[in-house]
Design a protein around this ligand. Structure first.
Ligand code: SF4
Length: 410
């Protein structure tokens, strides 16, 4: 039995309909409960519950302080590679995008990690596209092992693997795995993932369970808002979280709430979720799952992030770069394009016009400046990690840079 079996029998359509049709009275009843069902969650993300946002926010704030105290944990993404064999229409790293690519060497990864450590980070998320040739299992293991010696908490956001391929990564020191389903709508998923192994919806959906079985003790899930009806996605995430809490209960679960951002390929969001709806959803997740970590990235503006801190967010990235080498310039010497798995040189690194063609290529290939690897998407909150930490303190919270050490379980 896996979540896929449960997912296939979920009445998602009728839950979403129930959400759309819920009355303010029904939403208020759900808000008053201590333990929420999926139906209650549907009513809390309803248009009618939008009127109760202040009450939801107060309750969410209280619950978060009870369970987590006044702390915000900070982490930084460290991009290893922007090579990918998948075509995901909404992602800048899609294999057919004519972008500048690079895979950092282990030494370059360490340089990036030291730069992050110098800023204070002790919690790093290693991110890579899915490409067995450039991002091999051995390469990932080497990166984790090298970082584990320096950084107490290393998590991964990489292409899904078999349990037996995850085990050496966990053994090398990776303690967390993040995998977003992107969209829980099968039809939309099939339309957006046009090539590569990521086309397999079920395989991806079962990834958190394989990661748990392999020994990861932190599991992160989420949907990418902007691909399908946000209420449908939210119901999928809630059902998935509920399943994982029942079946992978030794793991610490986090839910992320990423919304689409501009990226190479110029994909436009297919659906819209307002700031107010994002706040409502975050509060609903907190009320439904009081002990789950809620993650907010630099995809959101500084103003919105600041407003969400007291409401229920527990983990934030800060000062992020979404391109390999973003923190130190590492890897600039090996920039290239990749065509059918083959490296195509782009000329000298400082060449003002790399020989790249294709719709929308030049701006994203050069980022409008001297060539550097192309980022996965444009971030919205461009403040430094220091500035974010100071803001957290001004709001009366403690920024926590290190929240885990393997010594805790050895
Ligand atoms: S979303 Fe992931 S798998 Fe898809 S193109 Fe981007 S990096 Fe590759």
């Amino acid at each position: 039995m896996s979540f896929v079996v449960e997912f296939n029998s979920l009445p998602l359509e009728s839950l979403v309909k129930r959400s759309r049709d819920a009355t303010a009275f029904a939403a208020r009843e759900s808000l008053a409960k201590d333990r929420l069902s999926l139906t209650d969650f549907a009513q809390l993300i309803s248009p009618a519950a939008g009127e109760l946002l202040e009450s939801m926010g107060r309750r969410s704030h209280r619950l978060t302080q009870q369970r987590f105290g006044k702390v915000i944990r900070l982490f930084a993404p460290l991009y290893l590679s922007n090579e990918c064999i998948n075509n995901c229409k909404y992602c800048g790293f899609s294999r057919d995008n004519p972008i500048l690519r690079v895979t950092l060497s282990v030494d370059e990864v360490l340089r990036e990690a030291w730069a992050l450590a110098a800023k204070g980070f002790r919690n790093i998320l290693l991110v890579a596209g899915e490409h067995p040739k450039f991002v091999s299992h051995q390469y990932l293991r080497d990166c984790v092992a090298a970082l584990h010696a320096e950084i107490p908490s290393v998590s991964l956001e990489i292409g899904p693997m078999e349990k037996t391929d995850y085990q050496p990564l966990a053994a090398a020191g990776a303690d967390g795995l993040v995998v977003y389903q992107e969209t829980y709508d099968r039809a939309v998923y099939a339309d957006l993932h046009t090539a590569g192994p990521k086309r397999n919806f079920d395989w991806r959906m079962e990834t958190p369970e394989r990661a748990y079985a392999a020994g990861f003790r932190r599991i992160g899930i989420g949907a990418l808002y902007g691909l399908a009806d946000w209420r449908y996605e939210a119901m999928g995430v809630a059902a998935h979280a509920d399943y994982l809490l029942r079946n992978c209960w030794k793991a610490y679960l986090t839910i992320s709430l990423p919304r689409l951002r501009p990226c190479a390929g110029e994909f436009q969001p297919l659906t819209h979720m307002t700031d107010r709806e994002l706040v409502q959803l975050m509060c609903a997740f907190r009320l439904m799952f009081p002990d789950v970590g809620l993650v907010l990235s630099t995809r959101e503006s500084a103003k919105l992030r600041d407003g969400l801190i007291p409401l229920g967010i527990t983990l934030m990235s800060a000062g992020s770069h979404t391109e390999p080498g973003g923190y130190t310039g590492a890897g600039k010497e090996h920039l290239h394009q990749t065509v059918r798995g083959r490296i195509v040189k782009t000329g000298p690194p400082m060449s003002p016009k790399p020989p790249i063609s294709g719709a929308g290529a030049s701006e994203w290939a050069t980022n409008g400046q001297a060539p550097k690897a192309t980022g996965q998407f444009k971030i919205a909150d461009e403040r430094s990690a220091d500035e974010v930490a100071s803001l957290i303190q001004r709001l009366g919270y403690e920024p926590v840079w290190k929240d885990w050490d393997a010594a805790l379980i050895t």
